[in-house]
Ligand binder design. Structure first.
Ligand code: SF4
Ligand code: SF4
Length: 129
């Protein structure tokens, strides 16, 4: 089977107000990783939006955890939405969404089939959720 996704570490998905949300487990893991307490994490790196905790962007409109030379500074414990990409239901269930995502994410192979992508997504989800 053709590998459907391999991250190229380009950082494109870390630009813009992506609405990356953190659950309690993310907050605990990231604050431990950064060696700061949870209140400090929420104060310095997050805001509450629609009742959910979201990661803020910096003045350059890029995720506050992204550094040009290093990439994601919380990579080993990054938030679940970032870990799950691109195996989202929207891309699994809708071929058109997957086609559109290929234009935005160079990690998604252009020459693989949607069936291969779905198969890979199912394998990833069964061992990571
Ligand atoms: S846009 Fe795709 S290839 Fe680039 S960093 Fe994000 S997931 Fe990886
Ligand atoms: S948490 Fe990391 S992977 Fe997720 S958007 Fe921010 S910099 Fe990118």
């Amino acid at each position: 089977m053709t590998e459907a996704f391999k991250c190229k570490m380009c950082g494109s998905c870390c630009y813009g107000e992506g609405g990356i949300t953190l659950d309690e487990d993310d907050i605990k893991r990231i604050s431990e990783y950064l060696k700061i307490d949870e209140t400090d994490l929420l104060k310095r790196f997050c805001h509450i939006r629609d009742g959910r905790v979201s990661v803020i962007t910096g003045p350059d409109n890029v995720c506050i955890f992204y550094r040009k030379q290093k990439g994601c500074i919380v990579h080993p414990v990054k938030p679940k939405p970032c870990r799950r990409w691109p195996y989202y239901d929207a891309l699994i269930k809708d071929r058109e969404n997957w086609e559109l995502a290929k234009d935005a994410c160079p990690g998604l192979r252009q020459d693989c089939t949607h069936e291969d992508f779905v198969k890979e997504a199912m394998e990833w989800l069964s061992s990571n959720t």
